[in-house]
Design a protein around this ligand. Structure first.
Ligand code: PA5
Length: 469
């Protein structure tokens, strides 16, 4: 029996019985892959805590880290008006997702007495206009900056650091270092060297925890704790989901079943995974998922060196907003998508629809209902319409959005990603495709050691002017 606070995974509408046989999945399909699913489970189970799978152990091995984070967060909350994360990719998306899910949707606009935490910003780009805009609204003297980079060498993050630390030194002199917390690898990279030299407070990203799997380590826990989120409950949620996914039998392991269904769906030509939460608080959770799914599964070669060009393109969508933008495509476009709806049973607020427009029945029917009923009805109606149009869809139901369910949801997606990576026989945890662009950037900006790449770029085929109109 599933616990009341448990999230659950409903895959009825992935099945031929419900969506027909265009791309529908049968029990026989699942049974024929049972052995592969078991092998994927075993691979993940045996890999726990090793190499790049340190993230599986984060709910269990961070007692002292959590204590230190809670005490640092207490100090930051008391002392600073703003908390700014400088980071990108896995060092930014998780903090953004939890902020949106678990804080007031207009947190920064609330008066301090109601906010009870610093204003929160995440700078995850190097758009000069955005940096200038941030500097227009914050007083750096009242701001704590959290520089987050596992590698300690990501150009975007280090650029932000250089700009901010320069301003801090000009404004605060020797006190500048007290406005930076570095979250980085203890054993390698430039940020740890800088942090030691400058005397920054530092938290460590464990070696076996890669960027997109790092939300449950200090990368995500510190910003969350500063915002007043119960990080112990978040980790409890992750632990609870981890336990629910501890069986090798695919029918008893929700993340393994979710992975297997996507794996089978890919074989049937469904190369797009749409994540569609029916809650504004989960919009950025879909962004976080998109990186996890896209960067982990998009791989040219498998573990045996075969060219496989694996992956499933993640698409972020928001219910009900995107019903008026994307659902037409989802119901009538190509049969190439799996749509995952995320529903919430109890929204944290209830908004009633008052009486009005008594003489217009086509509007008045809404009166007496609540927005809660409306959003749920719209989700169920979209589910019905997708199913009727024979489109693969599944649903993750959250009893409520809270720290416990967010911990579950993140662990569910991370395990699902690891399982499908094992089914696809790829390296889920590397990102070689990102390196080429990074190296070319270094070469273009004259970084030492990238001279050859610079020559290669200078000699690249010139653009044909006829193709620019
Ligand atoms: O998942 C990953 O490893 C990447 O997306 C990284 O998170 C991203 O490139 C940022 O890297 P870093 O934390 O080293 O600055």
């Amino acid at each position: 029996m599933i616990k009341k606070e448990s999230i659950y995974f409903d895959y009825n509408n992935m099945m031929t019985d419900y969506v027909g046989d265009i791309t529908g999945i049968t029990d026989e399909d699942i049974n024929s892959q049972k052995i592969s699913a078991k092998k994927a489970f075993t691979k993940v189970a045996e890999g726990r805590g090793k190499n790049m799978m340190g993230w599986t152990e984060l709910p269990y091995n961070q007692k002292d880290t959590v204590t230190e984070i809670v005490s640092t967060a207490k100090y930051v909350r008391k002392t600073f008006d703003n908390f700014v994360v400088l980071g990108i990719g896995g060092s930014a998306l998780g903090p953004m997702a939890l902020f949106q899910a678990l804080c007031h949707l207009h947190h920064n606009e609330l008066p301090k007495s109601k906010r009870k935490a610093p204003k929160f910003y995440v700078e995850d780009n190097v758009d000069p206009e955005r940096m200038a805009a941030l500097l227009d609204i914050i007083d750096v003297k009242k701001t704590m900056f959290n520089v987050i980079t596992k590698s300690g060498s990501t150009s975007e993050t280090m650029t932000q650091y250089l700009i901010i630390y320069d301003i801090l030194k000009k404004e605060l002199g020797e006190q500048a270092s007290k406005h930076i917390i570095a979250t980085t690898s203890e054993s390698k990279g430039n940020l740890i060297k800088i942090a030691k030299k400058e005397g920054f407070k530092t938290f460590y990203i464990p070696d076996g925890v890669g960027g997109r799997f790092s939300e449950l380590c200090p990368v995500g826990l510190l910003p969350a704790a500063v915002l007043g989120i119960d990080i112990k409950l978040l980790l409890e949620g992750a632990k609870y989901m981890d336990k629910r996914c501890s069986k090798a039998d695919v029918r008893k392991n929700p993340a393994l079943m979710a992975a297997l269904l996507q794996y089978i769906a890919i074989q049937k030509g469904n190369n797009i995974s749409v994540m569609m939460p029916y809650a504004d608080g989960l919009k950025l959770m879909a962004d976080w998922y998109a990186q996890l799914w896209g960067e982990s599964l998009g791989k040219a070669v498998d573990l045996d060196g075969n060219k496989v060009y694996a992956g499933q393109t993640p698409v972020k969508s928001l219910g009900v907003t995107d019903q008026h933008s994307q659902v037409q495509l989802y119901t009538e476009g190509p049969f190439d998508k799996v749509i995952t709806l995320i529903g919430v049973v109890n929204y944290r607020k209830t908004v009633e629809i008052p009486n009005g427009c008594e003489d217009i029945p086509a509007v008045n029917f809404l009166c007496g209902h609540s927005m809660n009923e409306l959003i749920t009805a719209e989700m169920n109606a979209t589910e019905y319409a997708l199913t009727r149009a024979q489109r693969l869809n599944n649903k993750i139901i959250l009893p409520e959005i809270n720290a416990f369910t967010m911990g579950q949801l993140m662990m569910f997606f991370m395990l699902q990603t690891a399982y499908i990576g094992a089914l696809l026989n790829i390296d889920t945890f590397n990102q070689p495709g990102v390196e080429e662009g990074k190296n070319a950037t270094y070469a273009l900006l004259g970084r030492e050691g990238y001279e050859e790449k610079a020559v290669e770029l200078r000699n690249k085929k010139p653009k044909n002017e006829n193709y620019i109109i």
